[in-house]
Design a protein around this ligand. Structure first.
Ligand SMILES: Cc1cc2nc3c(=O)[nH]c(=O)nc-3n(C[C@H](O)[C@H](O)[C@H](O)COP(=O)(O)OP(=O)(O)OC[C@H]3O[C@@H](n4cnc5c(N)ncnc54)[C@H](O)[C@@H]3O)c2cc1C
Length: 423
């Protein structure tokens, strides 16, 4: 691996965007090296889509991204076709679930394996467990000093990959290390959601970062025990986010109640938009208008007798028992003494949660922020930097994030491809 210490392209970070960049550059005849700090490349891909890897979407909607115009200028007019060709070229067959694309195997490891097989076939050098310690301009581009394990990392073979990765990480922690200088014409930064070290090394600006695509922490106004009662319950609902009585966003989906707030895909998407003090209105009958719901409740009165908030069982067969209980408590609080189902309509369609912020950030799927988009030109993603040597940035290291649905990986693949396309 040391024999060729000069590369046309050096990619820092071997995740989705870095692998896409490396493969594209190698296919164009460039010699390529990936420097990856973890024990292997593409490990995060294994965790995506609950182990199934929602690798893209049939319809890339730019409005799903935090900077739609920028993403459009990089992705171009037919990203779906370009991504389809990229996956086919790797031998990845896809299947769609409501527009979300997965590998046909429904296994994330087959995506990672296909990418690593391509690296192998193309002779891309992978240096894992390595960190870049300095970067300076060289006559033909860059000289990067890396700190890497002195020997190839080896651990006992395990059937299950997670155990194998854990063993390798232990080996890495104790491995003797050495410094090495790599020369390259161009550097591609593909370090994912935590580009702070590399940005500092290369003197790049950074915007503030925060985890998104995670649950939202919230409370039920006036009922401290409601979320404890609802913990673990899943309901189909419409989430509407409001700020100062103005509707900002809404989405239908499955909501999972947790003791601290709400989770599930719609809540994850909400986490990209929430602010402390916002209100979430939960509509547990999004498929019915207020009038239709009132008609339905009036028919129920004829069938079961009048509604009383003291008898949550009146809602049996219509709501989960835990939710009936919480709805009746809210009814009593908001409309003391009333038995009128018209008030039930407003609670069922506007159940209020007060937002505290985001929760379980450690398991967030992406990071908002990073290197600001203003630092790069489009569509090449070339960074103007003081050295004048070719420097490009792709993937989550840039301040780009998107809703769930394959949009984040779609950005990673395409931005990786773009970052080497003008070389
Ligand atoms: C649990 C989970 C599930 C997800 N599911 C989906 C999904 O189904 N669909 C979807 O579209 N998106 C999903 N995402 C988001 C998606 O994984 C990311 O958007 C995508 O991986 C970003 O690609 P990237 O190449 O920019 O960064 P990453 O994939 O994070 O890769 C960055 C690589 O760089 C390495 N690195 C970091 N710093 C350095 C350094 N200084 N030197 C060398 N190497 C470095 C890292 O170890 C890593 O291998 C999910 C994320 C998570 C956490």
């Amino acid at each position: 691996m040391n024999a060729n210490a000069f590369y046309d392209v050096l990619v820092i970070g071997g995740g989705a965007s870095g692998l896409a960049a490396a493969i594209t550059a190698a296919r164009a005849g460039k010699s390529v090296c990936i420097v990856e700090c973890d024990v292997a490349c593409g490990l995060k891909i294994l965790a995506t889509g609950n182990g199934r890897c929602n690798l893209s979407n049939e319809s890339i909607d730019f409005q799903r991204y935090n900077h739609p115009a920028f993403v459009e200028s990089v992705m171009g007019s037919q990203p779906e076709e370009e991504l389809g060709n990229f996956f086919s070229s790797l031998g990845i067959m896809t299947t769609s679930e409501e527009g979300r694309l997965y590998p046909r195997s429904l296994r994330a490891e087959s995506v990672r394996d296909a990418l690593l097989n391509a690296c192998d076939r193309l002779g891309i050098a992978l240096i894992c467990g390595a960190n870049v310690v300095s970067a300076s301009k060289a006559p033909e581009g860059w000289a990067l000093q890396i700190d890497r394990p002195a020997r190839t990392l080896k651990a006992k073979k395990h059937d299950d990959r997670k155990t194998e990765v854990r063993s390798l990480r232990k080996v890495l922690a104790d491995a003797p290390r050495k410094n090495e200088t790599l020369q390259t014409k161009a550097v591609i930064i593909a370090t994912g959601g935590n580009p702070a070290d590399i940005a500092q090394l290369l003197n790049l600006p950074l915007t503030a970062q925060r985890p998104v695509l995670c649950p939202a922490s919230a409370s039920v106004v006036g009922d401290q025990t409601a979320l404890k009662t609802l913990d673990g319950l899943r309901v189909r609902a419409r989430l509407t986010l409001t700020r100062n009585h103005e509707e900002l966003w809404h989405e239908d989906g499955e909501v999972l109640f947790r003791t601290f707030g709400i989770s599930g895909v719609a809540a994850f998407n909400l986490s990209r938009r929430v602010q402390h003090g916002d209100t979430i209105l939960l509509d547990v009958f999004p498929d019915l208008s207020k009038g239709e719901l009132l008609d339905m409740l009036n028919q129920r009165v004829e069938l079961l007798g009048g509604f009383s908030p003291h008898d949550p069982r009146w809602l049996d067969g219509m709501l989960a028992p835990q939710l009936s209980h919480v709805v009746c408590t809210a009814f009593e609080q908001c409309h003391p003494g009333s038995h009128d189902v018209i008030h039930l309509v407003s609670i069922l369609k506007h159940f209020k949660l007060l937002v505290e912020g985001t929760a379980e950030e450690r398991s967030a799927q992406v990071t908002r922020g990073g290197v600001p988009i203003e630092s790069v030109s489009t569509p090449s993603l070339c960074v103007s930097n003081a050295t004048g040597a070719p420097l490009y940035i792709c993937g989550e290291a840039l301040d780009i994030d998107a809703d769930c649905g394959g949009f984040n990986l779609a950005w990673a693949w395409i931005s990786g491809i773009r970052a080497v396309s003008s070389l």
